[in-house]
Each structure stands twice: as structure tokens, then as C-alpha cells.
Ligand binder design. Sequence first.
Ligand SMILES: Nc1ncnc2c1ncn2[C@@H]1O[C@H](COP(=O)(O)OP(=O)(O)OP(=O)(O)O)[C@@H](O)[C@H]1O
Ligand SMILES: [Mg+2]
Length: 304
Amino acid sequence: MTALVLDGVTKDFGDKRAVDDLSFQVQDGEVFGFLGGNGAGKTTSLRMVLDIIRPTAGRIEILGRKPGRENSADLGFLPEERGLYRTMTALDTITYFGRLKGMTRNDARREGRALLDRFGLGSSAGTKIDKLSKGMAQKVQLATAVVNAPKLLILDEPFSGLDPVNQGLLEAEIQRLSKAGSTIVFSTHVMQHAERLCDRLLLLAQGRKLFEGTQDQARATLPARLLLVSRSTPAGLPGVVDAAQTGTRDGWSEWDVRLAPGGDPGDLLQACTERGFALRRFEQSRPSLHDVFLHIVGGEEGAA
Ligand SMILES: Nc1ncnc2c1ncn2[C@@H]1O[C@H](COP(=O)(O)OP(=O)(O)OP(=O)(O)O)[C@@H](O)[C@H]1O
Ligand SMILES: [Mg+2]
């Protein structure tokens, strides 16, 4: 089944177009990264999926149904604006949300305790929300989103406000939920999280989709970059647009080589072989998603 479908979705606020003809699908079981810079339209899109606001145009299907309250038992949502009842205890808060999603009180409490333990908050179960630190409260809010083991979990900037240890904890929790069968959509502008978690990702800028695909497909949008250790310069070989010497030892030089867009490292290797080019290393470096993001979004803004 397809967990989420957006088809030509547009959202206008007055004369501001926040989301522009956005179409994509998230398949069952995927971890899907919803990426884009500030103001790209991520929160607006997710709020339409959750039926908090309505699209100006287009169609949304969530777990095979229209957006609406009746989906809530199958959904988990961590909103960008965090907010809990300040005078409720951590465990009561999680139990309350579990009950709202149709769990029995016992199940909700048991799962709440397990979540608090996993999140390092076991000893704070009876602490009121307003006595918790911001990051601790955020972990409680995350627990309210996942207490019902949702079929579809939607997290808007879940990593913001968490220290590195807790960011790691959250990554582990996302992986655990994914293994247990949840489909997960999360927004972020920190590419390292996406890099470690996503099966597929979508890149949004100014409300428009610039890219959708796997991480490998995203990396393939960047011209190839290679590390070569050779006796002579690769400059001038077919496809090479830049070759910088980064070191030399015993007559062997190390080169940072960039190919033209669409250039194939296989063709370069073949050219090296044909010319009897002495090679000790020939490695394709893997661009980071951060580089991909800057390349795709930067290219778009450069063109605009
Ligand atoms: N209620 C609103 N009224 C008017 N404009 C809005 C409203 N909500 C969002 N916008 C505008 O829509 C655009 C997209 O905002 P959105 O919050 O969806 O971005 P985002 O990708 O979530 O950004 P961030 O990474 O900063 O959270 C922005 O230009 C924003 O100013
Ligand atoms: Mg946002």
C-alpha cells in the first residue's frame, strides 16, 4: 500500500504561495526525508497531511483515506511547535495521548513507561512537564507521538533542540520503529540525520519539489569526484574538468579529480588504461547529502 500520496497540492496564504503543485508518494515501510531550508514549505505540507490546514488545490491520501480525525489511531505526529499540558506528569501525558488514540489505559501506561526508560527519563515519569528541561519535554512529546506504534509517523524537525546524545537516541528510536513496521516521514534541514536514516528523500525549495529519490540517486546529481594516486597528471584526460594535486610521495602523486556533469568514472579508468597511465589508487568519493543539497538548491537559486 501507499502510505501517503500528494497529488498537485498547492497552498496559498493570501498572495503567498507556500506550497506549489507538490506531488509525491511515500511507500509503506519507508523512512522518508522531507528536506528543505527555512521557509521551503515543509511544515505547511505536513500540516495539510494532518488535516490541520486545507490545501488550496490538489489531493492528499493518507493510509488510503482522506486526511481527517478518523485516521488518528494509525498516526503519530510530532508538531514543529511543541506544546504539552504543563501541570501533567510525563507518564500521565503519554498515557493521555495513548488513550486518545484508542489504547487501553494499561497498555498506554506500560508503553509510556517503556518509552520513558528508553529515552533515559525513567526516573522522571512522575515529574510535571513544567519541571522538565526543554529537551526532556521534547522527548516526552516524541513519546506521545509514538506510544500507539503508529502505522504512519510524521515528525516535523524532530532533532531540533536535542543535544547530540539525544539526537542519537532519536535516530535509534526511528530505526526501531521502522524495523517494527512503521512508515516514517520526517522533516529536517540537517542532512546528516537524513543521510543515516532515509530510504528516500524529497528536496523542497520555495514550495516546489526539486528532487525526489533514493540517496544514491541524489548523489548521482552531482558531478563525480575521484581520488587518484598516479605517476602523472590526470589533467586533460577525457571528462576531467579539474585535477588538484593534494600530495606526493616516492614519485606518486595524489589527485583530487572532478569530472564534468554526467561524466562517467568508468570512461576515465578506461582512458587511463589505454594510455598506460600508472595508477595505484582510483576511488570515487561519495558526496555528502549536504553537498547534494547545496548543489540542487544552490543551482535553483542561481538560476532564479
Ligand atoms: N499561516 C501562515 N500565514 C502566512 N504565511 C505562512 C503561514 N504559514 C507559513 N507561511 C509561509 O509559507 C512559507 C513556508 O513556511 P513553512 O513553515 O511551511 O516552511 P518550513 O519549510 O517548515 O520552514 P522551517 O524550516 O523554517 O520550519 C513561508 O514563506 C512562510 O512564511
Ligand atoms: Mg517548519
